[in-house]
Each structure stands twice: as structure tokens, then as C-alpha cells.
Write a protein that binds this ligand. Structure first.
Ligand code: NI
Length: 252
């Protein structure tokens, strides 16, 4: 299994990071993409790629931290994005759920980071929360970009638009929550060639670990629930999601 989105640089792993990562092969996790969200976390993600063969990095600035991109921050991001084992730009996008960075600032830096991805020929990892309309509108203006909506939380109707635009989604622990009716519908409806698995560790642990610190070792819980919803076997889901991740992020 490939976890396409996790944050092992997070402080919640400071006490036992090496131990948590050492447990992943036995859990069936062969590779993971550690996503940055600030300049500092991108540096830590790059450090992890140097320490662990199976870790790759996604480099980008999260919507509410985009003020970091003013005053030379974009140049610093571009340098990091050209390091070895960087396989994507992200997580970037729009977040209207929290009242933080004003929408026009988020949008400006979303555009510019999409342009960086196009320039470096890297796929994009999108964070979009309560902002699917504006996210899709901006992506329509960037037809040369592609990538994934991580932790996709939209409707089946919006999923059709995502797919028509040529983008994919990744799904994590939320699909296992009892009250996640729409997310379960999305898991059943997404075309097989547009689906990937993620944990978003340390956030959003799947049932039966809900509320605890998440780790990629819980990815089988996510895979099992998606398999159940699609009437497939976990092995089939593993095969198609591995293929999709390898193709999108050019993993070996
Ligand atoms: Ni994340």
C-alpha cells in the first residue's frame, strides 16, 4: 500500500517517530508521501526523504500559511521543490472553513503555486475545504496542471467535475466514520483509475482508532472499508491504488 498523504514531520511524532516509521513495512505500507504545509515543515519533510528510502515529499504552503510566501518565500519554496524525491507540489489550495488568511490572498498564492507545479512538471496535492466551487474555478484556469484532491470531502456531483477536469482523489480515515454518508457514496462512485489511499497522519484516524493519533499503519482499515463499499477485495483496491499512485507521482 502507498500512503499518498501523511505528516510524519508533525510534533506529535517527536517522541517515537523512528519507531512509528519502523512499524510500517509490517503493516504493508511500502511507500509514503510526506506533505509539507509551511516552509519549516517542508524542510522537515525533505529531511525525512534523506533518512528513509520509502519516504517521498510533497512541497507546498497550506492556504492559511500563504503569508509566508510574501517577501521571497516563493523563491525559497521553488528551491525546496527542486530537491531529490520531491514528487508533488502541495498541500495547496483554499480553505474557507477557518477564518484566517483572506480569500483573495489564498487565491493569489494558489494560482502561483499551480504555476510553479506546471513549471517543474510536478503533480499537485490539493487541500480544499468548504471551497470546492472556487477550487474548481481556479483549476479550470490552469488546464496544464493535474493531481489529487487529498481527503476529498465534496459531493458525488462535484466528484464528476473533478474527474472531468482530469484530476484524482485520495481518501482516508473519514470514509470509515459511521456518519460519513456522502464520503462513502464517493468511495463507491469514484472511477477506479482516479482513486488513491491516504491517512493524513497524525490527523483523522480511521475507526476503530478514531480520535487517537493516526499513523500510516492504519491504512489497511481505510482500504478495507473502501473495498467493502465498492464490492471489491482489499487486494484489488491495493493493486489499483498502488498503480494510480505510481503513475501520478512517478514512484519507483
Ligand atoms: Ni494534510
Amino acid at each position: 500500500m502507498i500512503d499518498v498523504h501523511a505528516h510524519f514531520d508533525d510534533a506529535r511524532f517527536d517522541e517515537d517517530r523512528a519507531e512509528a516509521l519502523a512499524a510500517l513495512p509490517a503493516a504493508g505500507v511500502t511507500r509514503l508521501i510526506n506533505s509539507g504545509s509551511t516552509h519549516a515543515s517542508c524542510e522537515r519533510a525533505l529531511e525525512l526523504t534523506r533518512q528513509y528510502d520509502f519516504i517521498y515529499a510533497s512541497i507546498g504552503i497550506y492556504p492559511h500559511d500563504t503569508m509566508e510566501l510574501e517577501n521571497g518565500g516563493m523563491k525559497y519554496l521553488r528551491e525546496m521543490a527542486q530537491q531529490p524525491k520531491v514528487v508533488a507540489i502541495g498541500e495547496i489550495g483554499l480553505d474557507y472553513y477557518y477564518d484566517g488568511t483572506p480569500k483573495p490572498i489564498q487565491q493569489k498564492w494558489f494560482h502561483q503555486q499551480l504555476e510553479l507545479a506546471e513549471e517543474l512538471k510536478l503533480p499537485v496535492v490539493i487541500h480544499s475545504r468548504d471551497a470546492i466551487r472556487d477550487t474548481l474555478e481556479i483549476l479550470r484556469q490552469h488546464p496544464n496542471n493535474t493531481g489529487i484532491f487529498h481527503c476529498y470531502s465534496g459531493s458525488v456531483e462535484s466528484l464528476r467535475e473533478v474527474v472531468e477536469l482530469g484530476w484524482s482523489i485520495s481518501m482516508g480515515g473519514v470514509v470509515t466514520f459511521k456518519n460519513s454518508r456522502v464520503t462513502k457514496e464517493v468511495a463507491a462512485a469514484v472511477p477506479a483509475d482516479r482513486l488513491m489511499l491516504e491517512t493524513d497522519s497524525p490527523y483523522l484516524a480511521p475507526v476503530p482508532y478514531r480520535g487517537k493519533r493516526n499513523t500510516s499503519a492504519y491504512l489497511p482499515e481505510v482500504m478495507a472499508e473502501i473495498a467493502r463499499l465498492r464490492g471489491a477485495t482489499p487486494e484489488e483496491i491495493e493493486r489499483i491504488t498502488d498503480e494510480n499512485a505510481c503513475r501520478m507521482f512517478k514512484l519507483k
